[in-house]
Design a protein around this ligand. Structure first.
Ligand code: SF4
Length: 347
């Protein structure tokens, strides 16, 4: 079992993993998972849209783009107190990670100041904090770090080759530049993609290859299954992949394979089973956890789309014998021990 971070995975090697017999692939992924992460434990994250709609970008899957008529009412940036109150309620309902999303191409500096106050409020609750605000400058990333931000989310979405079919208002390189600013500020990188947008398996392979090429690997990789929202180009377009196959959603087994391959090529990364769970059976979600997913969104809403409610997910945890995973507590106790070791008298 190779647990080291490799940045030189070839397309053929990653494709070879996808082609393994399904049970072999899951076995390899689960072995690596157990070597690194607590067994049967899944982190619960809650996501809040702190500024909704009217986005200038044209991401073809997104109901928040001002270019598409999705009937979504826009909302201004939320007040800090309201965000902290929502985080407190999320913690009370069982979430330990709180993610804030704003529909911006890039934030203004004054927006970043407001988000920093929100981050401080979330951190004071003892939760892990993640935000996604669009493209960032180095200075903005440094401010977020100072506020205590744990993770910045900025997805590459798909392969560099398929990307222009999905977004034209910013380039793949723009995405990588923001990820560099995040890394430079020493914030953990949360970066993944979406399956089921009409891409081929080769695109999924290339997406994972690009993630592996980041040094170090992203600490967090969300794998989303497309949620088709009425009015977005991907809901209006018949989704045919480049091999001429058409489908309403990515095949469940292919989704599980994608998660398992992510677990193998990114062995230290938290792999998050993100959007799209509402339409997944318990059995499919269970396979995603066997494949190495160890985080999920909690609560009845993602940014603007539906998620499984808490009671359905509590039942799923019970049925599968899962327990909540609290990496934020592990991080806090690691930093306490480091501080204690530094303060200990030396002979
Ligand atoms: S995904 Fe983000 S950047 Fe793209 S349109 Fe939606 S809110 Fe804007």
């Amino acid at each position: 079992m190779n647990q080291e971070q490799r940045h030189d995975w070839s397309i053929d090697e990653i494709e070879g993993l996808f082609q393994l017999p399904f049970l072999e692939l899951l076995f390899q992924a689960q072995q690596l998972h157990r070597a690194r992460f607590p067994r049967n434990a899944v982190q619960r994250a809650q996501l809040l849209s702190i500024k909704t709609g009217h986005c200038s970008e044209d991401c073809a899957y997104c109901p928040q783009s001002a270019r598409y008529d999705t009937g979504l009412p826009p909302e201004k940036l939320m007040a800090v107190d309201d965000v902290v109150a929502a985080a407190r309620a999320a913690k009370a309902s069982g979430a330990s990670r709180y993610c804030l999303g704003a529909a911006w191409r890039s934030p203004k500096d004054s927006d970043v100041d407001a988000v920093c106050a929100m981050i401080r409020g979330v951190k004071d609750l003892g939760m892990e904090a993640c935000v996604t605000l669009g493209m960032l400058t180095d200075t903005q990333a440094a401010k977020l770090k100072d506020a205590g931000l744990d993770y910045y989310n900025h997805n590459i979405d798909t392969s560099p080759e398929y990307y222009p079919e999905i977004i034209t208002t910013r380039t793949f390189q723009d995405r990588l530049d923001t990820l560099s600013a995040v890394r430079k500020a020493e914030i953990n990188v949360c970066c993944g993609g979406i399956v089921g947008m009409g891409e081929t398996r080769v695109d999924r392979v290339r997406m994972l290859q690009v993630l592996c090429q980041l040094e170090p690997h992203p600490e967090s990789v969300p794998i989303n299954s497309l949620v088709k929202v009425q009015g977005t180009p991907l809901s209006l377009r018949q989704i045919d992949d480049k091999d001429g196959q058409s489908s309403d959603a990515v095949d469940g087994i292919e989704l599980v394979r994608t998660i398992a391959v992510a677990r193998i090529v990114l062995p230290h990364t938290v792999v998050r089973l993100s959007a799209g769970r509402e339409s997944m059976s318990d059995e499919l979600q269970a396979l995603c956890f066997v494949a190495g997913a160890n985080s999920m969104f909690w609560g009845d809403k993602l940014l603007t789309t539906k998620n499984n409610g808490v009671s359905r997910d509590e039942a799923l945890f019970h049925k599968l014998g899962l327990v909540p995973w609290h990496p934020e507590q592990e991080a806090a106790s690691a930093s306490t021990s480091t501080a204690a070791a530094a303060a200990a008298p030396r002979a």
